[in-house]
Write a protein that binds this ligand. Structure first.
Ligand code: PLP
Length: 428
């Protein structure tokens, strides 16, 4: 039995001062019927909890740590930056360098603005789209999560879905009414909304690979259909690449699928584990932002020097030849291995993978949208999750999340994980 005495005590104390003991709901691990372990340290692909238990980590801080924990090059860059001052609230040359690098990676991006979280990136991109078009309605997809701003907490994924409350309390009805919801992988459902709300839709926002109802790749043609429909209607197409950016390709899903959105939202990887996100896209749209244009957007810590240094160091590591080939091979070895084990054990498992992210759903039928994701067996996942944690494998405590592989995961880590998965599945 895993000894988590100190984690349990830490959780009890945290619950006195932090609602639910956590700063982000899905961390609470309620969906898998246990309390969270409190983490103390990470190195490479491994984390250790406050009781000293070690785990192979597939959460990677929910995506940012594509080069693993405490990568020496990232740590060095952070130390160097910290010695120069942690924040100025003034422009720095490093910000421009990171913006240039993002522009090199993304054909759709001509200009970039940095913010502190994915939530801010999507919220600001929507405001910009509304400002540019003079329209109020937006379209999002059921099960997609774009952070926790009011307009986007409507039929959302991630923790909102895990906790059974995809549309949050506290969002004014008048705001929620402006968010129209379509079905992922169903461009007809978008066309139907355009028919009904002709010339009133400012933006369509989509996770080009859904990752917050678990990983659901786009059907061939889905993203191209969205591009064609939005062009026809003068609507801004926003790719939320907070999760997929620099993870499914150096140029994200936009490059992987060869579709050019008008705006792209980034986060996670671009901060190398520090709070950094961005939105960028067509210059004529981006120039609508203050101080050039009428759309206001700002931030005390935006483009923070430490976060920018972490991001630059991470992107530099990712540019080393062979990085993505190796990363994708490691991820495929794990995803294919899980599929094989499940088959041998007679456990129905659907594994969806794109690049270095995947989800393994305990489901009989392929998972292609929100509805099929919800058909997955949550109880079976909870048992699997608990067995894997006991065995030293740290997974996201919800089936509606992606697993993230890093460049630090070794063949040995994958072999160990598969061994434990086989044991766990045989016991299911
Ligand atoms: N967009 C996507 C696709 C995400 O996966 C997330 C977070 O998981 C967000 C936006 C929100 O980002 P943040 O948690 O940094 O606010």
């Amino acid at each position: 039995m895993l000894d988590t005495t100190r984690s349990e005590e830490a959780f009890r104390i945290a619950c006195r001062v932090i609602p639910g003991g956590v700063d982000s709901p899905v961390r609470a691990a309620r969906a898998v019927g246990r309390n969270p372990v409190f983490l103390a340290r990470g190195e490479g692909a491994h984390v250790w909890d406050v009781d000293g238990n070690g785990y192979v980590d597939y959460v990677g801080s929910w995506g940012p740590l594509i080069c693993g924990h405490a990568h020496p090059a990232v740590v060095e860059a952070l130390c160097r930056a910290a010695q120069q001052g942690s924040s100025f609230g003034a422009p720095t040359e490093a910000e421009t360098a990171l913006a240039e690098e993002i522009r090199r990676a993304y054909d759709a991006v001509e200009m970039v603005r940095f913010v502190n979280s994915g939530t801010e990136a999507t919220m600001s991109a929507l405001r910009l789209a509304r400002g540019a078009t003079g329209r109020d309605y937006i379209v999002k997809f059921e099960g997609c999560y774009h952070g926790h701003s009011d307009s986007l907490l409507v039929k959302a994924g991630s923790g909102a879905l895990t906790n059974g409350n995809p549309s949050s309390a506290g969002v004014p009805k008048e705001v929620a009414e402006k968010t129209l919801v379509a079905r992922y992988n169903d461009s007809e459902s978008v066309a139907a909304l355009f028919d009904r709300y002709r010339e009133r839709i400012a933006a369509v926002i989509v996770e080009p690979v859904a990752g917050n109802m678990g990983v659901v790749p786009p059907d061939p043609g889905f993203l191209l259909d969205l591009r064609a429909l939005t062009l026809e209607q003068g609507t801004v197409l926003i790719f939320d690449e907070v999760m997929t950016g620099f993870r499914v390709d150096y140029g994200g899903a936009s490059r992987y699928y060869g579709v050019l959105p008008d705006l792209v939202c980034l986060g996670k990887v671009i901060g190398g584990g520090l709070p950094l996100a961005a939105f960028g896209g067509r210059a004529d749209l981006m120039q609508g932002l203050a101080p050039l244009g009428p759309v206001y957007q700002a931030g005390t810590l935006s483009g923070n020097p430490l976060a920018v240094a972490g991001g630059l160091a991470t992107l530099k590591l990712l540019q080393e030849p062979g990085t993505y080939e190796n990363l994708f091979k490691t991820t495929a070895d794990l995803a294919d291995g899980l599929e094989g084990i499940a088959r041998d054990c007679g456990v129905p498992l659907q594994v969806n993978r794109v690049g270095a992210m995947f989800s393994a759903f305990f489901a009989d039928e392929p998972v292609v949208d929100y509805e099929s994701a919800c058909n997955a067996d949550a109880d079976r996942f909870a048992r699997y999750y608990r067995a894997m944690l006991e065995a030293g494998v740290y997974l996201a405590p919800s089936q509606f999340e992606a697993a993230f592989v890093s460049t630090a995961h070794s063949g040995q880590d994958i072999a160990f994980t598969l061994e434990q998965a086989e044991r766990a599945m045989r016991a299911l």
